[in-house]
Every structure is written in structure tokens, then in C-alpha cells.
Design a binder for this molecule. Structure first.
Ligand SMILES: Nc1nc2c(ncn2[C@@H]2O[C@H](COP(=O)(O)OP(=O)(O)OP(=O)(O)O)[C@@H](O)[C@H]2O)c(=O)[nH]1
Ligand SMILES: [Mg+2]
Length: 340
């Protein structure tokens, strides 16, 4: 691709030319500004921006260099507060660079009304070695998975050692996070033992480590009970890594307790799955899954943008409503239009 053809739109504020090659240099030096610009491009609706974004992502050579950690759990469980504490700890005590990508499932619909909350990490935001960014859920190709995937690769190119992805454990973002990260930490509330049935089995099978947050003061007893219950449940439920016993830890993001212990578990687990080859295999599978997601998405787009198909859809909806044809055969007829 001839990058000089992208010239017009990419002058920075000082009027300096910021062609992709300069940009990549800046990005690789760890410039948060360059990272932000690249991420904005990946989110643009303009075709030429997207092409440039694709080009930059393809040039990234540090893909996979970070530890990718998904933080999931119900709204209000304390995901942001937890990342704020753990991220600050990693920067100050472990000399790491920390990126946080916060998925906002509502941004597609509401224009990002809760975006402020998602990225409210008061301590971390003060740190030079931290980068925090909300990721909108896209409607286009691959949806939230594709946006996140680009954001992770770009963060890795900028030298971030740890990439956290905050997502509410529901719907599309839940699937996305398990498709993109190495380790999932599931945050629970101290009293969630009672409605453990309410927690979806699917997510429990995907998590590597469970942390009961808000385990402080009068919550402590309930937290310990929940831990006992979960220890039993997890014993009989298969986890993502065969042969790994899954830990349930207590922490308080607010009081910064249990954070260090949790990191010890995470980094030890990371070393084990790195050594055993699980990490490499998992990332390979994730790439294949991503290919399928893109394919599905391309197929759906070309199907619904086909004018013969849309005409047929209108026609057959009417016929199904009037009872002239059954739903299955109507779908088959519509599909025939697509294959023409
Ligand atoms: N008591 C107590 N409160 C906490 C703790 N961690 C977080 N909180 C509070 O819980 C509320 C929600 O915290 P957030 O970190 O915003 O929770 P979240 O899971 O990121 O929420 P969403 O992003 O909306 O899904 C805030 O008022 C926090 O101050 C904790 O360990 N103990
Ligand atoms: Mg949050």
C-alpha cells in the first residue's frame, strides 16, 4: 500500500506531517498521543481512515507481547476500582506499563452516557505509565471484538506490558473478552453465594481466577461463605485450563487489600500457561475464531445489502403473514435470491 496517498487528513496540530511511518515510530516509542490517534482511526466511519488504521495495525510487530487480562463481573461489582488499584500497584511496585480498555456495551445505543464511569480510575489516570481508553461497541465488521482486537495490538505496539479489558459480563462483550484475553478475572460480590445459580455457567467455565470484591468490614463473613461455596462449585466444574485448580480470592478494591496476593496468583498462572504452551494455543484458537467472526459479519453484510434479497424479504414477510408460505420455505426462497 502506498502510504503517501493518505497524506491529506494526517497533519498534526503543529502542521507537521504525520504520515504512518512517523506515526509508527512514535507509537513504538510509547507515545500515548500516537496510540490515541491510531485508536481514533480504527473507530472512524470514514473508509480512508479505516484503511489507514488497517495498515497501521498490520505493521505492528509486537502483537502478543503483553499479558492480556479480562476483568468481568456485574455492573457495580468494582471492576474499575479494582483495575485502578491493581494497575497502580503494577506501575509502582512492578515497573509495568498498563493499558486499560473499557468496553462500553451501551455506547452503541446511548451515545456513551456511562463512558465517564467506565473510565473513572482516579489513581491510575495520574500515572504516566498508564493509558485508559473506552472502547465503543461497533456495529460494523466484527463488532466489539474487532475494535478491541485492534486496540490490544496497538497498545502492545506502544509497549504496554499489561492490557486490562474491563467488560460487564453480559452479551456480546462477554464473548468478546473471552476471545481476546489470556486470563479472565471474574469479580463477584460477597453475598453472591445465595444466587450462584443465577451466575451463568458459561462464564464460570471461562474464568481463570475468581475474586470476591468488597470483602471488608461486615462483608467479610459473607465473603468467606461465598468463597467456600465457590471452591466446591469450581472443583466439579471444568475450567479453561485442564489440570489447573481455580483460585477464589478475597479482596477489597476500595481498601486495597488482597490486590498483591491476587497479582501473585495471576503472574504465577501466567508463567505456568506460558510454559505449558496453553497460551500460544489459546491465542491461535482466538485468531481462528476471529476469522470466523469476520466471515460471519461479511456474509451478513453482503446478504442484507443485496437488493434482490431485500426485495425478496419484503415480499416473503407479507406471504408468511398471510399464511401463503411457511417461514422455513420463505427463508429458503430468500436465500435463493442471494445465491443467484
Ligand atoms: N465497599 C466497597 N466498595 C467498593 C469496592 N470496590 C468498588 N467499590 C464501590 O462500588 C461502586 C462501583 O465501583 P466501580 O469500580 O465503578 O464498579 P464497576 O464494576 O466498574 O461498575 P460498571 O463499570 O458500572 O460495571 C463505587 O461506588 C465504588 O467506590 C470495595 O472493595 N469495597
Ligand atoms: Mg467500571
Amino acid at each position: 500500500m502506498d502510504i503517501s496517498s493518505f497524506n491529506p487528513d494526517f497533519q498534526n496540530k503543529e502542521g507537521k506531517n504525520s504520515l504512518p511511518s512517523d506515526w509508527l515510530t512514535e507509537l513504538r516509542k510509547g507515545s500515548k498521543q500516537a496510540l490515541a490517534k491510531a485508536l481514533t482511526l480504527t473507530e472512524s466511519t470514514k473508509e480512508e481512515d479505516r484503511q489507514l488504521a488497517r495498515y497501521i495495525v498490520q505493521q505492528c510487530v509486537n502483537e502478543g507481547k503483553s499479558i492480556r487480562i479480562g476483568i468481568t463481573g456485574v455492573p457495580g461489582v468494582g471492576k474499575s476500582t479494582f483495575i485502578d488499584q491493581l494497575g497502580t500497584y503494577l506501575i509502582k511496585e512492578k515497573n509495568k506499563k498498563v493499558a486499560v480498555l473499557a468496553v462500553d456495551p451501551s455506547s452503541g445505543r446511548s451515545g456513551g452516557s456511562v463512558l465517564g464511569d467506565k473510565t473513572r480510575m482516579e489513581k491510575l489516570v495520574m500515572e504516566d505509565a498508564a493509558y485508559i481508553r473506552p472502547i465503543p461497541s461497533r456495529k460494523e465488521l466484527g463488532g466489539v471484538t474487532s475494535g478491541l482486537s485492534d486496540a490490544i495490538v496497538l497498545s502492545e505496539e506502544a509497549g504496554f506490558d499489561i492490557v486490562f479489558i474491563e467488560t460487564v459480563g453480559v452479551g456480546q462483550s462477554e464473548t468478546a473478552v473471552s476471545q481476546l484475553v489470556d486470563i479472565i478475572i471474574f469479580l463477584l460480590l460477597p453475598n453472591s453465594g445465595d444466587d450462584l445459580q443465577g451466575i451463568k455457567r458459561g462464564i464460570m467455565e471461562e474464568v481463570h481466577i475468581v475474586a470476591i470484591n468488597k470483602s471488608e468490614g461486615e462483608n467479610l463473613l459473607a465473603a468467606k461463605k461465598t468463597k467456600m461455596l465457590l471452591d466446591t462449585v469450581l472443583q466439579i466444574m471444568p475450567g479453561p485450563v485442564e489440570g489447573e485448580k481455580r483460585e477464589v480470592l478475597l479482596c477489597s478494591a476500595q481498601e486495597a487489600t488482597g490486590i498483591e496476593e491476587l497479582w501473585k496468583e495471576v503472574s504465577e498462572l501466567h508463567q505456568r500457561i506460558d510454559k505449558s504452551g496453553w497460551l500460544t494455543e489459546n491465542r491461535k484458537q482466538q485468531k481462528v475464531n476471529r476469522l470466523r467472526i469476520y466471515l460471519d459479519s461479511l456474509l451478513r453484510d453482503s446478504f442484507y445489502h443485496n437488493s434482490n434479497v431485500s426485495d425478496a424479504i419484503v415480499k416473503y414477510i407479507a406471504e408468511v403473514e398471510s399464511g401463503k408460505i411457511d417461514a422455513y420455505n420463505a427463508a429458503m426462497e430468500i436465500f435463493k435470491e442471494f445465491k443467484k
